[in-house]
Design a protein around this ligand. Structure first.
Ligand code: GLA
Length: 734
């Protein structure tokens, strides 16, 4: 990042040729990182630096800045570039003023800094247009301990009439290096968060979604950007961002003619013109930013620490082990089938039973995905004694009880669709296109917001023993349009839908602060920090096949922590892929997240029964390490050698748990050698293998006690030669 400073000085020499100490230096700092800007009244604010903190905070002030006399020079990188002046890059902000003028020139109007609490410092840099009464505030909240900076922007219209906001990014980051490597995460249903890394070339690379709902099924608004080489685990400079927004987004990486990489992130401007009335304010979502000079491992640990504290519900509470009914029963159940599942689950040591789809609808019963959505009354035929009876049964067996809803959606075959056709998202008189036989309700409409809130409220009120909700959303937006919004404001749909959703979540959380909620959208279709903050966990994918899950969890856990990663053992052959994989492998993968099961528990018999019971018992022992510990990825499944391993290390470094997986046949190389990471070099550790199946030990060294330094420098070998062998090792201070 030193280079960006040099570039600023160089260009300013050409344009100004003067040295000045008069510019105000504005620093946004965490314990280890800082972003540095300089400003003079009525000139543009210059973006100088984002990276490790200087040893002396005054380093910039003492070295001085070349003064930048003209706010609109294209040379220096601005804090927040608007379209206007000499800007030739994609703008962060583009406004059409009421008189038709297309340009905006933002200059400095002041700044303020305040401590929100012992860990959070807020900085606001105020900008205004040179000519028009348009005020733009760039907000930063710096989380000291977690080394996270959240950036968002508000725009206030003080013009006499409305203005049209065309582009409105949350953040702009300029970088300068020899080369740039972008890591982004793409996917589809049952294959979410697949990692791709590419070297950027001049031009613009855009990662975006126009799906509004299920946005992250195809692309994720979370990225890594490594300088001067591909991102490494423990070395090298890596920048990262994750947009906290559950709608259309765009991340653009513009490699410009100066060799600067200009990163813009925010809502997608696609068909989204927002008409801002006089005195009205509009706010962007937050971009969550971090940086590491020690590779992407530290990036993940920053995001995880921050999420547990600030971007997740109940991030300090251990998660229960769940049996979810979906793959075990689908729509085909009655009371007996469900209570039997609960009885069996309790025998395994499971702690919560979740009743998935299929429990509601009477006139249009939900016996398949073609009917009933919207009619949230218990199906009398299947469940004559109601939900209370099931929840009470669960509790009598020592289990908590949870239930599935999909309140944003409606099947055409439902009472709701007949009663409120005006609530459905549709494009004028065009056909409404179903996806999974369902339509989307228009959450830009406050009546629909009330309906969705009331649905949640009524479902939870069915029994005081409901302590968990699985919130699903199984379609995205096409043929967009709202009967509620005026014809001029149809383009507000994208913004207003997400705001409508968040206002429902806010109401739910105000009334139900304790209930656990799972974030699900056909799997990981809504995996972003905007939605996650209202939830306890997410369902990363409908693909429960452990081989695929290793990759999906690798991608998801780059940003989102294990405590929130629902990982369920399902049956074999796997329902999504048809693959037959050992029960041990299935458990060993699921135990690296929030363990659960997604099958008919009565089908686990013989040796498998004891194995599963023991694994669940052992998970209870290791789960504080997995759920609250630091993640160290050791070997990536994307490496070509066909192995993968990771560890979680407790914050006090007294305990760790290591997971290793073989993904292919390894000829005569049967030992998978690993140098462990994150341990205390001065502690001695005892290693115990867990989940041993049929006497086959993967870790069969004679010595079981090792020095931490040895484990990190020499490492260990695990015997995993065959495909889909795996190992779980508990590493505890001796
Ligand atoms: C989605 C979810 C699944 C399940 C089904 C029910 O696909 O991702 O876990 O809940 O819906 O219809």
């Amino acid at each position: 990042m030193r280079r960006i400073v040099i570039s600023v000085l160089f260009f300013c020499t050409i344009t100004a040729g003067v040295f000045s100490q008069t510019r105000e230096v504005i620093e946004v700092e965490t314990n280890d990182l800082s972003m540095i800007f300089s400003a003079s009244r009525n000139e543009s604010v210059v973006f100088h630096y984002w990276g490790n903190k200087f040893s002396k905070s005054s380093a910039f002030k003492n070295n001085g800045f070349r003064e930048h006399p003209d706010a609109n020079q294209d040379a220096a990188s601005q804090l927040y570039p608007a379209y206007g002046g000499k800007l030739f890059l994609n703008p962060a902000l583009r406004i059409t003023h009421n008189d038709g003028v297309l340009t905006t020139e933002l200059v400095y109007a002041g700044s303020e800094k305040k401590s929100l609490d012992a860990n959070r410092v807020e900085t606001i840099i105020r900008l205004k247009d040179k000519l028009y009464p348009i005020f733009v505030d760039v907000h930063f909240v710096a989380y000291q301990k977690e080394n996270i900076i959240c950036q968002s922007v508000t725009v206030l219209n003080e013009e006499k009439k409305s203005i049209s906001i065309e582009n409105f990014a949350s953040s702009y980051i300029p970088l300068h290096a020899q080369s740039y490597y972008l890591t982004h995460f793409h996917g589809t249903w049952a294959a979410e968060m697949q990692m791709k890394e590419e070297k950027l070339t001049p031009g613009i690379k855009v990662i975006e979604s126009k799906k509004e709902v299920r946005t992250t099924q195809s692309e994720s608004p979370s990225f890594l950007l490594a300088l001067n080489g591909p991102a490494q685990e423990n070395t090298g400079e890596v920048y990262a961002g994750s947009l906290a927004w559950s709608g259309n987004f765009a991340l653009s990486f513009e490699f410009d003619e100066r060799g600067v990489l200009n990163i813009l992130g925010g809502m997608n401007p696609f068909a989204s013109t927002y008409h801002l009335q006089p005195k009205q304010k509009l706010q962007t979502p937050e971009m969550v930013l971090t940086y590491s000079s020690n590779g992407k491992g530290q990036i993940s640990r920053n995001f995880h620490d921050w999420s547990r504290k600030y971007a997740l519900q109940h991030g300090d509470k251990i998660r229960p082990i769940i049996l979810n009914s979906w793959e075990g029963a689908y729509f085909n159940f009655d009371e007996k089938i469900l209570t039997d599942m609960m009885d069996n689950a309790a025998n395994f040591g499971i702690e919560m039973f979740v009743l998935d789809d299929g429990w509601f609808g009477n006139k249009y019963p939900r016996n398949g995905d073609n009917a009933g959505l919207g009619d949230w009354q218990v199906n009398q035929k299947k469940l004559p004694h109601g939900i209370g009876y099931l929840a009470d049964h669960a509790v009598s067996k020592g289990l908590k009880f949870g239930i599935w809803i999909e309140p944003e959606m409606v099947n055409p075959e439902s009472e709701l669709a007949r009663k409120h056709p005006e609530w459905v998202v549709k494009s004028g008189k065009r056909d409404i296109l179903p996806i999974r036989n369902q339509w989307l309700l228009d959450l830009s409409n406050p009546q629909v917001q009330d309906f969705v809130f009331n649905t949640f409220d009524q479902v939870v009120s069915m029994s005081p023993n409901i302590s968990y909700i699985k919130w699903d959303a199984n379609r995205h937006v096409d043929n967009v349009g709202s009967e509620y919004l005026s014809k001029e404001n149809q383009t507000h749909f994208w913004y207003d839908y997400v705001k409508g959703l968040y206002s429902v979540y806010d109401r739910i959380r105000a009334k139900y602060p304790d209930i656990e909620i799972q974030l699900c959208s056909s799997g990981g279709g809504r995996l972003d920090f905007g939605a996650l903050k209202y939830h306890d966990e997410f369902w990363p994918s409908d693909n429960t096949n452990p081989l695929n899950r290793i990759f999906i969890q690798y991608g998801s856990n780059t940003f989102f922590p294990a405590i929130a990663t629902a990982a369920h053992v399902s049956t074999s052959p796997n329902h999504q892929t048809g693959m037959m994989l050992p029960l041990k492998f299935r458990f060993d993968v699921a135990m690296s997240g929030r363990l659960g099961m997604e099958l008919q528990p009565k089908d686990i018999v013989g040796d498998d029964y004891e194995f599963a019971r023991n694994a669940i018992k052992d998970y209870k022992h290791i789960r504080p390490i997995v759920q609250f510990g630091d993640l160290y990825r050791i070997i990536s499944p994307y490496d070509e050698n066909g192995w993968s391993s990771l560890m979680y290390v407790s914050k006090d470094k007294k305990q760790a748990v290591y997971f290793a997986y073989s993904l292919k046949y390894h000829d005569r190389t049967t030992f998978f050698e690993n140098k462990l990471n994150g341990l205390d070099p001065n502690k001695n550790y005892k290693i115990t293998e867990l989940n041993i199946k049929s006497g086959h030990h993967a870790f069969n060294e004679d010595v079981k006690i090792f020095n931490g330094d040895y484990l990190m420098k020499v490492g260990i070998g695990v015997n995993l030669g065959n495909p889909f062998e795996s190992a779980v090792l508990l590493v505890e201070e001796d």
